[in-house]
Design a protein around this ligand. Structure first.
Ligand SMILES: CC(=O)N[C@H]1[C@@H](OP(=O)(O)OP(=O)(O)OC[C@H]2O[C@@H](n3ccc(=O)[nH]c3=O)[C@H](O)[C@@H]2O)O[C@H](CO)[C@@H](O)[C@@H]1O[C@H](C)C(=O)N[C@@H](C)C(=O)N[C@H](CCC(=O)O)C(=O)O
Ligand SMILES: Nc1ncnc2c1ncn2[C@@H]1O[C@H](COP(=O)(O)OP(=O)(O)OP(=O)(O)O)[C@@H](O)[C@H]1O
Ligand SMILES: N[C@H](CCC[C@H](N)C(=O)O)C(=O)O
Ligand SMILES: [Mg+2]
Length: 491
């Protein structure tokens, strides 16, 4: 595509060099990846400033630069007010506005996003549609999986992935939309047909100023819904009526709203809920009829996840019988409430709870079914929200009989300091908990302690297959470590 064509819809300041007759083969934001005839977009990030890498980009063959200030370079420099936003617009245009043609559902909220995307994948697959999923665990196109760095990729990778999905006949894309992504404009330009809200509770207060600012970021998914090019597809906001934040989100969107609830009158409701250690049953009450659901998923929070997914599926005109078939068939999501079963006489569950609310939900669920002692192995991520640390430790002790506090991706922080943040305000006796910084030893300790009918929850890392210490990711899988510990102890 020619540079002047690419810039046609981009608001930029006057440039006194010609931008005509420059062929652009690729758009990039990382000077290290620039190939000949690229357009290099300078992003001022959190740790680095892309404007410092113009020379390297040009040396690698960039034939034009987009920047936020005039920069000396022997190729044209186009100056714009906000390169991050412009990058999203350029990416959308460069890849041919893929979401104009690709039906797209976005899921935001503090907890449950990954779960809801995989519920929706199963529902649409049962409806004979090829799906594409983007989120925390991976990107998936049909059955092919691709690794990801972020829950929501940057705008370039995102639009490229959508184009790839279209080329591989994906009929329904489903993605997690993190608050970081909304705030940084990573999804600017994406034409969502359905925007889903799961819930709001504390997380990411390292990044967002306060919980209102966090909600403001989430609300962008709803305020931007339908603001892109019209696809002649109806738009819906799907909101959790039982979460007070939905009031704000309802006011943020100009599009029709569908609500779901377990407690109040709503468009889609769950009634006659029966929670059990082996699964969950409820009646799904919808505007197009009612149907009984018999799911293997455990816990009240999963009823909410199933409601969110069902409401979106109804908005996309999936028949109720298909929704039931899908929800009844799902056995679980990778790393979410995943049992490690070596036929031992105590239970070990690996879960991705890494926020106060999710930890409380999952422990409450376990506590309801526990016959004997509950152990929890849990830590808090380094370089992330410090204010959630004492809250998570308090919740662990409130519900579990014994907590083992350990490390969870300490990143560049001192693990002892993170553990100190978790435990220094605890008012309970120290007999209730251990501090074992090494996660492998912590898991081994819990396994050694467990007796018949006890339950061990290993929280925080779920599907992750690494422990990040400093900037290095070391191989580490809670499930594998637990399995080895169980075998070592003997059945
Ligand atoms: C704080 C944050 O979100 N940072 C994201 C951001 O990185 P950054 O702004 O720090 O980038 P930077 O390293 O400063 O570089 C700035 C620019 O210089 C360029 N550069 C840099 C070096 C060089 O040699 N040449 C060069 O051109 C870079 O390519 C970039 O364009 O942009 C990067 C590219 O898009 C992201 O990968 C990165 O996510 C980091 C890894 C991260 O940990 N993010 C977390 C907090 C996050 O976003 N999490 C949410 C999930 C939350 C949830 O699940 O609820 C997510 O969506 O993943
Ligand atoms: N609806 C929910 N409400 C509260 N907690 C939930 C809910 N769904 C799942 N959880 C808990 O949160 C954990 C993470 O779930 P999931 O991965 O689906 O959320 P997420 O929003 O994608 O998280 P992340 O922001 O890290 O990507 C689960 O392991 C479970 O403990
Ligand atoms: N999406 C979450 C993942 C947290 C996972 C936990 N294991 C940690 O490293 O803190 C985040 O970026 O905060
Ligand atoms: Mg997720």
């Amino acid at each position: 595509m020619r540079l002047d064509e690419l810039l046609e819809e981009i608001p930029f300041y006057n440039v006194d060099v010609s931008i005509k007759d420059i062929e652009i083969a690729s758009v990039d934001m990382d000077s290290r990846k620039v190939i000949p005839n690229s357009l290099f977009v300078c992003i001022s990030g959190y740790t680095q400033d892309g404007h410092d890498y113009v020379e390297q980009a040009v040396a690698n063959g960039a034939s034009a630069i987009v920047a936020e200030r005039p920069i000396k370079a022997n190729v044209p420099v186009v100056v714009v007010s906000d390169t991050a936003r412009v990058l999203a617009m350029l990416a959308d245009r460069f890849y041919g506005y893929p979401t104009k043609a690709l039906p797209l559902i976005g899921v935001t909220g503090t907890n449950g996003k990954t779960t809801v995307t995989y519920l929706l994948e199963t529902i649409f697959n049962k409806d004979q549609k090829k799906t594409g999923v983007i989120g925390t665990i991976q990107m998936k196109i049909g059955d092919d999986t691709f690794p990801v760095n972020n829950t929501t990729p940057d705008s370039l990778n995102l639009q490229r992935s959508f184009r790839h999905m279209l080329e591989h006949d994906v009929e329904q894309a489903i993605m997690e939309v993190s608050s970081h992504a909304l705030d940084m404009g990573r999804v600017y330009g994406c034409d969502f047909d359905v925007a889903i809200f799961t819930n709001l509770s504390q997380d990411h207060l390292d990044y967002h100023k306060d919980i209102d600012d966090y909600l403001r970021a989430k609300s962008l998914l709803f305020s931007q819904l339908g603001n892109t090019y019209a696809k002649h597809q109806p738009k819906f906001a799907v909101l959790n009526e039982d979460d007070p934040a939905s009031t704000v989100l309802k006011r943020s969107t100009a599009q029709p709203v569908l609500t779901y609830s377990c407690k109040k009158d709503a468009d889609v409701m769950a009634t006659d809920i029966k929670l059990d250690a082996g699964g969950t049953t409820f009646t799904l009450v919808t505007p197009i009829g009612s149907i009984s659901i018999n799911s293997k998923l455990i816990g009240m929070f999963n009823v909410y996840n199933m409601l969110a997914a069902s409401t979106a599926a109804i908005a996309k005109q999936v028949p109720l019988a298909t929704i039931k078939e899908a929800l009844d068939s799902i056995t679980g999501v990778n790393g979410r409430f995943e049992p490690v079963d070596e036929k031992q006489n105590y239970a070990v569950i690996v879960d991705y709870a890494h926020t106060p609310d999710s930890l409380e939900n999952v422990l409450q669920t376990i506590k309801e079914f526990a016959e004997r002692k509950v152990y929890v192995v849990v830590g808090c991520g380094g370089d992330r929200d410090r204010t959630k640390r004492p809250l998570m430790a308090g919740i662990a002790l409130q519900y579990a009989d014994r907590a083992i506090f350990t490390s969870d991706n300490p990143r560049t922080e001192d693990p002892a300091k993170i553990l100190d943040d978790m435990t220094k305000g605890l008012s309970v006796s120290k007999d209730n908990y251990e501090i074992i910084s090494d996660r492998k030893e912590a898991i081994q300790f819990a396994v050694e302690q467990a007796e018949e009918n006890d339950i061990i929850l290993i929280a925080g890392k779920g599907h992750e297959t690494y422990q990040q210490i400093g900037h290095v990711k070391h191989d580490f899988d809670d499930r594998e470590v637990a399995r080895n510990a169980i075998r070592k102890k003997g059945i």
